[in-house]
Design a protein around this ligand. Sequence first.
Ligand code: DX5
Ligand code: ZN
Length: 215
Amino acid sequence: MIKIAPSILSADFADLGREVQKVESADWLHVDVMDGMFVSNISIGVPVVKSLRKATDMFLDVHLMIEKPVRYIDAFADAGADLLSVHLESDMPPGIRAALEAMDRRGVKKGIVLRPITAAEAVLPYIKDVDLILVMTVEPGFGGQKFMADQLPKIAAIRRYINEHNPDCRLEVDGGVDPNTAPLVIQAGADVLVAGSAVYGAVDPAAAIKTLRGE
Ligand code: DX5
Ligand code: ZN
């Protein structure tokens, strides 16, 4: 079953409560946290996740684009995140391990993320310990970028690893997902699709969500 996760990075932050209501027919809400260091952009942080938690019952899928994310796991767990995902490039392996252990202690679902440059094999040391693997199909930092089709073989390779080592693990794709590229990532094996501009840029976000699901 394909899940759609609209990214609020493309929403109007001055009217966030209403923007969330527009996408409540989706499955998850994708929240992009950026620190201006791991990526050049700065987006939103802990207080916004806390407010979102009060505004909706949707599953909060929080994508941490921050350096040494282990420092912030407790804060985002306290804020009400359901799943936290950390970039494999954001710390040395012991720091990534420590972040995943902190998520375990807090009962938060655990994700790892790969930048486009990072090879599929990088997931192997973690695959048995995570609930989700997120493959970026743009360079992280901004919404509205062009989908990188060269990431499709990586998605397919990670799907094979998941089927072999941890079949319950979700495979999420983020960046440039729209009605044209969604079938390609589903075909490659993704089962959670993040979409920012394709949902919030649409006249009817609920219809856009259906289209992305293939309905
Ligand atoms: C980019 C973010 C994405 C972004 C996707 O760094 O991780 O979640 O919001 O936006 P679109 O769907 O417009 O590419
Ligand atoms: Zn994201």
